[in-house]
Design a protein around this ligand. Structure first.
Ligand code: FAD
Ligand code: EPU
Length: 337
């Protein structure tokens, strides 16, 4: 195992923040993840588990060890006439994994195309897009418990998946290293085309009866118009969650702000945070090197050399103005380190 010292994390986070870590190790296999995690005990604490770095904001140098999980591998572990169970190692790139499944014609992940990060991180915030969440096809995962030093299996019912939420973001935050995730996909896909402008995009593409590969392409095309490419402009996707509020609170807001954009969410209402932020005048605004994206104001961006602290301060100002204007609290989606 090679442990490097005083390493810049700039290449390892999509915000492109130049924070440093005292120690840095990368694990290329699941066994290496476990042996590094065990050997680091006591010596190099604290430990930060890193995947693709696309959902973190580094606000200072890290005084411990960053363990980057890069274990690769995709394996079919079971199948029947209807379904196929596919296991991805945690360090497998998420979109490469989706692309592989789509190429086999398996259905279930195509709407989640184009999301950065690792397969092993996908359960942490139960990634979602275009009407689908990872939990819809999740079967189980294996993780290493940093407290008991044992491997453990988590079934879906144990993960407490919700909107951008799971047990790994709540009471088990930082306790488990996810080693691999198994998904149950459909051999005869059921396409989910009702969200946003997927149908309109498919019509523009003129492919006739859509297949999973067409849905993947449509989603990628929509995403590339809306979201900044982290290779060009540092960002971590939506910085905040869309607020979910009670119907009575929504009625009050709708009375004052008839144009408010909302979506039903079980027996609650989900507000479009992008609209709230835009109404507060933030869209496209810039404070030094930190900014608000000009197309999708839910995304905060690094225009060049912003520090994590500057981006965090900007996010707090945005939160305050949304609170003052609408009485709505924005919750941060990104993991602030
Ligand atoms: P990291 O940023 O490396 O880590 C995130 C958190 O998970 C950290 O707290 C880390 O400690 C922990 N973690 C990482 N790996 C493990 C592991 N193996 N075990 C346990 N904990 C771990 N998200 C969506 O849901 N939907 C979207 O549509 C979407 N679009 C995006 C678009 C862009 C342009 C960007 C930059 C981001 C977007 N995201 C989206 C956010 C992000 O891609 C996801 O949250 C992704 O799952 C993060 O994966 P990662 O490997 O990069 O995580
Ligand atoms: N809107 C505005 N002003 C704008 C932009 C958008 O009012 O400048 C309104 C739009 O009219 C639209 C609504 O906001 O009706 C929602 O916008 P969009 O469809 O772009 O989606 P979002 O709610 O902002 C969510 C996820 C994204 C995911 C997309 C697609 C969250 C926090 N974000 O964004 O996930 O890709 O839907 O499903 O739920 C992420 O989590 O990092 C992420 C990018």
């Amino acid at each position: 195992m090679q442990i490097r010292e005083n390493v810049s994390l700039k290449p390892y986070n999509t915000f492109g923040i130049d924070a440093r870590t005292r120690f840095f190790a990368e694990a290329m296999t699941e066994e290496a993840v476990i042996s590094i995690a065990e050997s680091l005990e006591e010596v190099h604490h604290p430990l930060l588990i890193l995947g693709g770095g696309s959902n973190i904001l580094l606000t200072k140098d890290f005084q411990g060890t960053v363990l980057r999980v890069s274990a690769k591998g995709i394996r079919v572990i079971r199948e029947n006439e209807e379904n196929v169970w596919v296991k991805a190692s945690a360090g497998e790139n998420w979109d490469d994994f989706v692309s592989y499944c789509v190429a086999q014609g398996w259905g279930g992940l195509e709407n989640l195309s184009g999301i950065p990060g690792n397969a092993g991180t996908s359960p942490v915030q139960n990634i979602g897009a275009y009407g689908v969440e990872m939990s819809d096809t999740f079967d189980m995962l294996e993780a290493f418990d940093l407290e008991t030093k044992e491997r453990r299996t988590f079934l879906k019912s144990e993960c407490r998946f919700g909107y951008r939420e799971s047990i790994f973001k709540l009471q088990f935050k930082g306790r488990y290293i996810i080693l691999n995730v198994t998904f149950c996909l459909r051999k005869k896909p059921l396409l989910c085309l009702d969200y946003g402008n997927i149908r309109a995009e498919l019509e523009r593409m003129k492919r006739g009866v859509p297949r999973v590969a067409d849905v993947r392409e449509a989603v990628c095309r929509i995403r590339s118009r809306k979201l900044p490419d982290p290779v060009v402009t540092g960002n971590a996707g939506s910085f905040f969650k869309n607020p979910v509020i009670l119907p009575e609170e929504f009625e009050r807001l709708k009375g004052t702000f008839p144009g408010i954009i909302s979506f039903p969410q079980e027996n609650k209402i989900k507000l479009a945070a992008a609209w709230l932020i835009e109404q507060c005048g933030w869209k496209g605004k810039r404070k030094g090197e930190a900014g608000v994206h000009s197309v999708q104001p839910l995304v905060l961006v690094n225009h060049g050399n912003a520090t994590g602290k500057e981006i965090l301060e900007l996010s707090e100002e945005i939160k305050r103005s949304v609170q003052d204007k609408f009485g709505v609290t924005l919750e941060t989606e990104v993991n602030v380190i």
